[in-house]
Design a protein around this ligand. Structure first.
Ligand SMILES: C[S@@+](CC[C@H](N)C(=O)[O-])C[C@H]1O[C@@H](n2cnc3c(N)ncnc32)[C@H](O)[C@@H]1O
Length: 265
């Protein structure tokens, strides 16, 4: 498996951020911030030249510059920093937060299809963001005004970044599957993360998830069905979810795709 397939899984060992989290001691971060996993150091990462060029042209407009108390290479956003979508997007519109946007397939397709919605993607893998920016340029010829990307560990940042009940939809499409049993604790969908998402959802909001790993789908159902604040509303394919290479590959390898949509109970 190349870094391009499940990049987040390559970013974990020996990350100095963990000590930094503890040093911060902020209730949103420490003292044991991430039982799921360690946080991620932002990787400069080598990008193909076209992606780097798109980054150079578009990043100042699309990639958010936020305070990072542990330094510029950290994916930890200052927990006292609040992102105001009206300020960022210049309007009030339904907000979609995508967790782990990867190469931006869903992000660019959906933002193009729904110019009346705003899209905030959180991604730890910088080359993926470069790829998404290149895709955006190819598709729209310019930065999409309704898209912003934040290089951040969503599991930590979403605890504090946005106001409660301010998000229309949260998307977690094909999260890193961590297929080995001893790595399951690193999966992003957990009871703790469910609490984080629930806090963000508007009363009529939706958390949409998709995975091609049957046992991850089962684990999602187990954790989210048991969450008293959430209710399973649908197992239909998410309306704006395009076919990405993760879906294609899962199907090619004999796995089936599970879509889940949870709403506040
Ligand atoms: C398997 S890829 C799927 C990408 C995309 N959602 C798709 O369907 O094509 C998972 C992505 O989640 C990102 N990721 C993993 N953990 C993350 C976290 N805690 N915060 C933000 N992004 C994360 C990885 O870097 C990777 O790009």
């Amino acid at each position: 498996m190349s870094g391009a397939d499940h990049p987040g899984e390559h970013d974990l060992p020996g990350n100095p951020d963990l000590a930094g989290h503890n040093a911060l001691g902020h209730p949103a971060i420490g003292p044991r911030p991430l039982s799921r996993t360690r946080s991620f150091t932002r990787r400069g990462g080598r990008m193909p030249r076209t992606h780097q060029a798109a980054w150079d042209r578009l990043a100042t407009e699309v990639v958010l510059d936020v305070p990072r108390p542990l330094g510029e290479t950290s994916t930890v956003v200052d927990p006292s920093y609040r992102l105001d979508p009206v300020d960022v997007f210049g309007r009030r519109a339904p907000l979609v937060v995508e967790v782990g946007s990867g190469s931006g397939d869903a992000l660019v397709a959906a933002a193009t299809a729904r110019p009346d919605w705003d899209f905030l993607a959180l991604e730890v893998w910088r080359p993926g963001i470069g790829h998404a920016l290149a895709k955006m340029e190819q598709t729209a010829g310019a930065p999409l005004p309704n898209v912003r990307v934040l290089e951040a560990d969503a599991a930590v940042a979403l605890r504090t970044l946005l106001a409660p009940a301010s998000v229309h939809e949260v998307w977690t499409f094909f999260p890193d599957p961590w297929p080995k049993a001893r790595h399951h604790k690193r999966r992003i969908v957990s009871a703790e993360f469910a609490g984080t998402v629930l806090r963000l959802l508007a009363p009529d909001g939706v958390w949409r998830l998709a995975t091609d790993w049957g046992d991850y789908a089962d684990a999602m159902r187990e954790v989210l069905d048991a969450h008293e604040g959430l209710r399973l509303a649908s197992t239909d394919r998410a309306p704006l979810r395009p076919v990405t290479r993760f879906e294609r590959r899962g199907l090619a390898e004999g796995r089936s795709i599970t879509d889940l949509a949870y709403v506040p109970a």
